[in-house]
Design a protein around this ligand. Sequence first.
Ligand SMILES: [Zn+2]
Length: 199
Amino acid sequence: MRYPIAIEKLMRLLNKLPGVGRRTAERYAFDFLLQWKDEELVDIQSLLQEIKASIKKCDVCGSLTDADNCHFCSDTTRRRDLLCIVGSCREVYAIESTKEFRGTYHVLSALLSPLDGRGEEVLELGKITNRILSSEITEVIVALDSTLEGDTTSLFLKQHLEQFPVKVSRLAFGIPVGSALEYVDGGTLARAFLGRATF
Ligand SMILES: [Zn+2]
């Protein structure tokens, strides 16, 4: 089977997207992109170029922005005493969608992973230290993944932050909302017991 070279290239490109296998790439190429009108293709082309040219990381917190300071850092109604550390730009939006947090963020570039050779330099601790020393932060909330890398990084950050006069907290672990106890795995149930709260 031999596709025209341009179609083969398009399929290989689509194939790089997560969850898009060869068959799906073929479907996207033949059933969608090749059917799109010229102006739609021009739109997506210019949008991708615009995103690449205009989106950058906020100098202060590391969130994505198209201005010098991001939406979260420049919003004067947000609480300046709360700093939430997350592992990726996308997680900022996940937390925002809860509408429970009105503080500021700090986005790490990567999590610690000794196995992959990612040591403490990836955390750029100087940036966090500067923010604490030059602001009114009184509580740092560590909101990282519940994985080996997330746990290792959280513990490291906790130890680093102990030298500052700030409260350090971590997101609670527990039973997923709407789930029955009998179906919750042992590890999650154990952490839910450890993190139990009065009500
Ligand atoms: Zn920012």
